[in-house]
Design a protein around this ligand. Structure first.
Ligand code: PCA
Length: 327
């Protein structure tokens, strides 16, 4: 884009014309497919930005990992290959444990609490992104995570050796704690993982179960309300700085709207997806006492492990969330 501006300015100067800079055209990559409410929200955000800026800034959303793979999205925005990206926040946990605070059982088990957790951890997350020349635009939660199996989950022993698909490292640890055998698999690879027999079960939300047609592979969904993990959408500071002030403002306003809308969409999608799962033959239930106890024990271990890795700033952010939640 910068090249285009330079060329047109040079041409215009050579011809003795005055011009205003060309409109900015951004690319945004997300690992999630068009059926995901996150992608729909991002596309709405792009439309809002184009409208609010009169086309001064247009954003093309490339979904389903079609432009850049999940693991490459943040490095690509940092390098400036693309302008904006969306990732599952907790996949960044190797950079800092604060990024996986929303995948710990028992920390935030409702939409209200999950949002309060986001507010309490946002300053630290924003600061860490800023070190890398990145600006978070908005974060939106998935519905609570549960467990998909191909038989009713009634006893903790069923986890022994169960090959469970997990979307991030923390979920893999959780499966390990339960005695299962975790495999990290991208959302878009779920159908292949099941059809090739690589996994027997998966941990994800009602939404992903619905958009990935879980009924083709499993029969039961245990709605265990494990945790509400977020996606984060971010841009490069460099791309932002290249915009004029009015465009920057319009962008940030649309981002605030997208965050609000996204959390609403998540709630609605959870309801609609739970219904769709059942309409398609999946039996949805809550965990019984024995299974709940096992999940609790695995979660406690996960939390201890997190505490041993998190620094004081991360622990402080969690503490301030708890104070606010309990006040
Ligand atoms: N769907 C995504 C992330 C969490 C979720 O609910 C996935 O399973 O990959």
């Amino acid at each position: 884009m910068r090249k285009t501006i330079t060329t047109s300015l040079l041409l215009a100067t050579a011809c003795g014309l005055t011009v205003t800079a060309h409109a900015a055209e951004w690319t945004m990559a997300t690992p999630y497919g068009d059926a995901s409410f996150h992608t729909q929200n991002n596309k709405q955000f792009a439309e809002d930005v184009a409208e609010a800026t009169d086309g001064e800034l247009t954003i093309t959303v490339h979904s389903g990992g079609s432009l850049v793979s999940h693991g490459e999205i943040k490095p690509s925005v940092r390098r400036g290959t693309i302008d904006a990206g969306e990732v599952f926040l907790s996949v960044l946990s190797n950079d800092d444990p604060i990024f996986e605070v929303d995948t710990l059982p028992g920390v935030a088990g409702s939409y209200e609490d999950a949002y309060a957790l986001w507010e309490a951890t946002k300053p630290m997350i924003t600061e860490l992104f800023a070190y890398e020349g990145l600006i978070p635009l908005y974060a939106v939660t998935w519905p609570a995570q549960g467990i998909y199996t191909s038989e009713p989950l009634t006893e903790p022993e069923q986890f022994e050796g169960l090959r469970v698909r997990a979307p991030n490292i923390n979920t893999q640890r959780f499966v390990d704690n339960l005695g299962g055998s975790p495999t990290e698999t991208e959302e878009s690879d779920i159908p292949t993982a099941f059809s090739t027999g690589r996994v027997d079960a998966m941990i994800t939300s009602s939404s992903t179960g619905n958009s990935m047609a879980a009924w083709d592979y499993v029969t039961d969904y245990t709605d265990a309300n494990l945790w509400l993990p977020k996606n984060i959408v971010f841009i490069s500071q460099r791309s932002f700085d290249a915009l004029d002030e009015a465009t920057q403002e319009a962008l940030m306003e649309a981002a605030a709207e997208a965050e609000k809308r996204g959390w609403e969409m998540s709630r609605e999608d959870n309801q609609a997806s739970l219904e769709a799962l059942q309409e398609n033959g999946i039996s949805v239930s809550e965990p019984n006492d024995a299974v709940s106890e096992a999940l609790q024990a695995a979660g406690d271990k996960l939390f201890e492990d997190w505490q041993s890795r998190a620094d004081d700033e991360a622990k402080q952010a969690l503490e301030s969330y708890r104070e606010q939640r309990d006040s």
